[in-house]
Design a protein around this ligand. Structure first.
Ligand SMILES: [Zn+2]
Ligand SMILES: [Zn+2]
Length: 138
């Protein structure tokens, strides 16, 4: 699983703040380490009428999964939805990366997109998906 900063940044949107218990209240999100790994974020949730200000730091997705059982279940569920890689590929290359790894976007792909990238994602309407770079398009 890709644990790059961009991936973590999307993943923490469903991570529950250990202090105030709210989800998706993360702000000032940035990279934790200079090499672009890990994540830093501050919680803007409210606890007893005060700002929570919990500071989240995690070096990997596993770190987050260890501290939030619901998030772990959510992430494992996403993993299980991934299609088996027996897909047959089209014989035209991906317009993004140029590799011949283009296949039909499956329902599971779209479900992951919805969960991670928001309800209004154009990816909901995407027809093709590239297994090499992960882009989806019509
Ligand atoms: Zn909080
Ligand atoms: Zn591609």
């Amino acid at each position: 699983m890709d644990e790059s900063y961009e991936y973590l940044k999307e993943a923490i949107k469903s991570y529950q703040c250990p202090s105030c218990g709210q989800r998706g209240r993360w702000t000032n999100t940035c990279e934790l380490a200079v090499d672009g790994t890990g994540i830093y974020a501050e919680c803007t949730g409210r606890i007893n009428g005060q700002e929570c200000y919990y500071i989240l730091t995690a070096s990997s997705l596993e770190d987050l999964m260890q501290t939030d059982a619901n998030f772990r279940a959510f992430t494992n569920n996403l993993n299980q939805q991934k299609a088996p890689w027996e897909a047959s590929y089209y014989n035209h290359p991906c317009p993004y990366c140029g590799q011949y790894k283009v296949r039909d976007a499956k329902w599971g792909d779209k479900a992951i997109s919805t969960a991670f990238w928001g309800f209004l994602s154009h990816k909901l309407h995407s027809r093709y998906k590239c297994d090499a770079c992960g882009n989806m398009w019509d």
